[in-house]
Design a protein. Structure first.
Length: 590
């Protein structure tokens, strides 16, 4: 029997089929959770809609590292990496850290650097320039490490496919450890590679970001140092003081917020409330975060500012900020990242407009992927452009920055379509010069003359998967509300199921048959949408970056009319008091 559309919405203004997230078994599960745990109905429905079993509900609401942290040695090559790192610490060898230029790379680098500093181990830290060095270890940087006396190179959030650089490292007498999470080819470079996504790893920890892998490594190294008697002379470090960095990296890298990752974020947010890390405190203040930090603050306020250094400025600023202890210096770095983020927004807007125009001209209705590019595009911003293309067209998207005959680009995917695997296959066929990533994001380097071959490869490889993913991508609704029910106590109740993000989707509620009274533009392409329920209760929703989208234009045209509105709810704090913030997700005329 065909599934019934919720509120009769078979095709919203954005073309989505609205459905109740809970089918009949899900509703039974929600009832069981409420009865067994005594939890409110709204929270029970949220948990049931995310597959939580009745017996696991209370544990889900309070995830602990003690119960979820795996044995580090379950990861392939972890034992070898632990022994080599411990050897470097015991002999006070100089350790070179090479990180990626994004949030995960910055946090991973800072996490490892802090531990080595605590141990009194000499260390070097290098984050590559995205434009002049590109992604991953390079020969020149490794030669620089060797000149400065490094004996061990540790790459974090990169290195799984770095064959040539590691050959040079071996020539220069450097041992190499890779702590990474990106998808791996069958043949690996010569190094100790700890990566839960290498093909011979059976740990089941493939959802970890790089900072999660680094944290597990430090747990193993710390334990080995304890057994060696090292900590008899020194106070043992509290590794949990770095969990704020792991939580930030997990959210910013869009890792699934399930299991261990969810525990990392919950405990990381709790630590951030103490405001003990000078760099994060300065960045939170300049970002205008009010009240206790939430997962969306990490993804939408802190993450973009840290990334701005790697996109258009000094790529090392993020790691420096995480390590900075001086409040004045931390404030200066945070201010610079905030300034760069403003510049990034201006550049992004111009590139997105060009990309959208290209897509309008070139995209055919059933194409499984969107590809856009430009000769004057900033390579550090193409990932953001790809994300906007993906949001606008509901399919995987690639954005490419050309320089002469070569393009470097980024891609963003939709749930159910593994882009990293497709990109690796294109590299192995010789279509791409370089490429890698994970299921939801990837990076590529392609020659101009091979662009059409790459497009054809993607269309053949992904057509069926994209069609299936888009067919099942209807909007899941967690419950029906009226404007008057959108109160702080209601949001506080269901937010206990958070943090929300990839793998633990943010709840979406439908407001049936509300009248749209005002639509007010603000900021850069944002809209305020004021609605009124039949009982007179009012609510203001915001719709970000939507003025030029199908949704924004439909809402503007519906002023004065009755509509079903889908929205997400969160809490903001003004003057210390909670206030409900509603974000418009979709709409259908009533």
């Amino acid at each position: 029997m065909a599934e019934r559309a919720l509120l009769g919405v078979e095709s919203s203004v954005t073309g989505k089929f609205w459905r109740d997230r809970l089918d009949a078994p899900g509703q039974a599960r929600a009832l069981a959770i409420a009865q067994l745990s005594g939890l409110p109905d709204a929270l029970s429905r949220i948990l049931a809609g995310r597959g939580v079993a009745p017996d696991d509900a209370l544990a889900f609401l309070d995830p602990t590292l003690r119960s979820l942290l795996p044995e580090p040695f379950s990861l392939t090559a972890m034992e070898a990496a632990t022994q080599r790192l411990m050897h470097a610490i015991l002999r006070r060898e100089t350790v070179a850290i090479f990180g990626d230029y994004d949030v995960d790379g910055a946090c991973s680098s800072a996490l490892l650097a802090e531990f080595l500093d605590y141990c009194g181990t000499p260390r070097l830290l290098h984050i590559p320039d995205r434009i002049t060095e590109g992604y991953g270890p390079n020969v020149e940087a490794i030669r620089g490490f060797a000149k400065q006396g490094a004996k061990l190179l540790v790459t974090v959030d990169c290195g799984t496919t770095s064959f040539e650089p590691f050959v040079e490292a071996k020539k220069l007498g450097l041992d190499v450890i890779v702590l990474d999470h990106h998808q791996a080819p069958e043949t690996l470079p010569e190094a100790i590679i700890v990566n839960p996504n290498r093909q011979d790893d059976v740990s089941g920890q493939g959802a970890l970001c790089a900072a999660g892998v680094v944290f597990l490594t430090l747990v193993a190294v710390n334990r080995a140092l304890r057994k060696s008697g090292w900590w008899r002379e020194y106070p043992e470090p509290d590794l949990l003081l770095g969990i704020d960095l792991v939580g930030l990296a997990t959210v910013a890298d869009v890792a699934p917020l399930t299991g261990l990752n969810r525990a990392f974020v919950v405990k990381g947010l709790a630590l951030m409330r103490n405001r003990a890390r000078a760099g994060l405190r300065a960045l939170a203040d300049i970002s205008g975060i009010n009240g206790p930090p939430r997962a969306w603050h990490l993804g939408f306020l802190l993450g973009p500012r840290i990334n701005a250094g790697g996109r258009i400025g000094d790529a090392a600023l993020g790691a420096k900020l995480m390590l900075e202890r001086d409040e004045l210096q931390a404030g200066m770095i945070a201010a610079e990242l905030d300034r760069l983020n403003g510049e990034r927004q201006v550049l992004e807007k111009a590139m997105v407009e060009q990309a959208m125009a290209q897509a309008e001209l070139t995209l055919v209705p059933d194409a499984p992927v969107v590809i856009a590019g430009g000769d004057d595009w900033q390579p550090g911003i193409v990932g953001l452009v790809a994300s906007r293309l993906k949001e606008a067209h509901g399919r995987p998207a690639f954005a490419l920055a050309f320089k002469d005959n070569l393009a470097t680009g980024s891609a963003r995917s939709i749930p159910g379509v593994d882009l990293g695997r497709a990109v690796r296959a294109a590299v192995e066929r010789g279509i791409l010069e370089k490429g890698g990533g994970h299921a939801m994001a990837a990076g590529v380097t392609v020659r101009r003359e091979k662009l059409e071959a790459f497009r054809a490869f993607l269309e053949e490889a992904l057509a069926e998967k994209v069609a299936q993913a888009r067919k099942s991508s209807g909007l899941a609704i967690d419950g029906l509300l009226t404007a008057g029910a959108c109160a702080p106590n209601f949001v506080e109740a269901f937010e206990k199921a958070g943090p929300f993000g990839a793998g633990n989707p943010e709840p979406v509620f439908a407001l049936p048959d509300h009248r749209i009274t005002e639509v007010i533009p603000f900021g850069v392409d944002h809209l305020r949408v004021r609605v009124q329920a039949g009982d007179g209760a009012k609510l203001e929703l915001v719709s970000f970056r939507s003025a030029q989208t199908v949704l924004g234009q439909a809402v503007a045209q519906a002023k004065g009319m009755r509509a079903h509105l889908a929205c997400s709810l969160s809490l903001d704090f003004w003057g210390g008091r909670p206030k409900v913030s509603a974000k418009l997700v979709d709409m259908a005329l009533a």
